[in-house]
Every structure is written in C-alpha cells, then in structure tokens.
Write a protein that binds this ligand. Sequence first.
Ligand code: PMV
Length: 360
Amino acid sequence: MTIEDFIPTQYSHEIQQGKVTFKAPSNIALVKYWGKKTDQIPANPSISFTLNACATTTSITYTKLNTRGADFSFDLFFEGKPKEDFKPKIQTFFARIEEYVPFLKEYHLKIETSNSFPHSSGIASSASGMAALALCLMHIEKELCQEMNDDFFSYKASFLARLGSGSACRSIEGSLIQWGYHNDIAGSSNLYGIKYPYDVHKVFHNYHDTILLVDKGQKQVSSTIGHNLMHNHPFAEQRFGQAHENLSKLIPVFASGKLNDFIKIVESEALTLHAMMMASTPYFILMKPNTLQIINKIWEFRKSSGTHLCFTLDAGANVHVLYPENEKAEVYQFIKDELVAFCENGQYICDRIGFGAKKV
Ligand code: PMV
C-alpha cells in the first residue's frame, strides 16, 4: 500500500454523533527502531512483542459541528481530569494526519484517556496512547465509510499511529509485529506495522516480560531528541545495516525456537541502542547503576540455572526481563529474590505477550 491509499476521496455515510473506546497495548522491541527520517519513516526496520497488561484506554465522544471548524476542536481528559499540557502533542498529531482523516475538523472530540500502568512509572505511554487514539479515529472513519475492510482498518490505524509516535504503529495488532521495509519480509513497509508473516515456534506464543522499574522519573532524553542524534552519527550506517541483519537472523530463530540464538540478538540490540546514545554528540548514559546490577545478575543466573531469561531495554534505565512460559516459576522466583531490590520502591510490572488492541 502507498501513502495515497490512505487519503480518502469521499465518504459514503453521514454521522452526527457517537462514542467509541479502544484499549491499546504497549510493545517491546526486539530489534530496535532508533533513527528516523521525516514523518516517522524509520531509518531501519524493527520488530516487537505486543504486550498485554501495559495499555492505554481511550474514548472519543464525537459530535458533528454545524460548520467545519477553522481549527481542531477537542477537549482532553487524562484519568478523569482536564489535561491542558497534553493538548499541544495531540494538536501536532492532528495537523500531521489531517490529510488522511479530513473529517477531523467537522467534529468536536471529547477525548478521555487513562493508562493501566502507574503514572510516572518511567514507562512511555506514547505507543499505547497514540495507537488507542488512532483506532478511535479509524472507528469514526469506518462509520463514514462502512464498506471499509478489516485489513485496511488495521493498516490505516497503524499508519496514523506511526505519525503520532513511530513505535505506536506496532501496538495495533499482536503478537509479533514488524515495521519498516526489509528485503526478506514480504509485505513489510515503512508506513505501517504488519503481523510477522512467517513461522513462529510455540515457545514464543506466550513469552513473559517482567518490567523492572529502575528509574521512574521523567525520561532523560526524549525519543525525538534521541532519534535525531542518529543524523550525522559516526556509526549510523553500520547500525542501520546491523538492524537489517539481526532481523534476517531472527527469521530462522523464530521458526526453530532456538532461545540461545534469540538471547544473543535481543541483548545485543538493547546494548547497541544504548551504545549509540553513548557515542552520540552530545552523549548520554541512559542506564543507571541498578540497570547494570540487574544485567549482571541475569547473566549469572542464566549461567548457573540453565534457564533462558534475557533482558532488553528501551531508551531508559528500566529493564524488561523476557522468559518463556515453561521457565516462569524459576525465573519469577529469581526476580523476586534477586532483582526487585534494584527497582525503585521495589516496583515492577508483570506483563506478557499480547494479541493487540481491542474495542471496549
Ligand atoms: O516511538 P518512539 O519515537 O518513542 O521511539 C521508540 C524507540 C525505542 O523504544 C527505543 C525502540 C523501539 O523500537 O521501540
């Protein structure tokens, strides 16, 4: 599909008002998206597990205006309270997507949103938040264009979510989502995420992700700034090439379920993301001392127990501990005994692979 496919020509139906609610999950990248061109076109392809527990629920109550507005008309409520400081981000998002959802200025929107995870947990809500918002908008568009099919609905929701926050395009469906053109992956696109189209061994069907909250504060570097640091980065081209290679290497790993190979790729991706930040100008260290303590503990335990837990990181200090269902008792005990002590206020979130957003 091309960008033009997402520009509607004419709507077949009229609708005065309504309300829609979607719950969209977060996701955790295995091969990381880091570096972008304009309009959230990724500099390299990525792939993620869709999560289940960490999610954003968003409702839109829409009311047709008597005349088309000169600007967007919306109110925003976060966890039940008006949230003025979120509005500029939504305004920018609407301006970016207006061409693709031309009905936007014809309605007043009351947007109500909340997260399942605690506020200021250091978990970014932009992926789940933008995905939930995009899905609500797609529901309105489907009311206006009722012949729309389900595939188009999902692709366009992902396409819109991407324009809000790149990784949000991987939060529409589950459970393994690939985004960004890759030679070996049929149907892959820079414009939207797709369900990974090849064999996935059953060991990956119910993977766990326990998120250790090492630092619950505001992110030190916003992802926008972080992505921009990849422009003129001395290792950018090698890194983008490596992401393509790692995705190629994951194809047989997903099929065979060889966890030792999976671990090598996933941990290397996490450390490379952080290495890129350390080698940027200006440079940043996003890990905290406890992040390193946890990583070392994971390595020791993996060696001594023969289990297959591994870690991955986002652009921050929190650690995602990934492990298969059949090892969950042993690994969870280890997390409680050895790792929780390194979390801020002992906080962590038990999540697992999920199946995508849902209409509520
Ligand atoms: O979607 P953004 O612009 O917040 O970027 C997210 C980047 C990482 O989370 C660090 C990696 C990824 O692929 O999700």
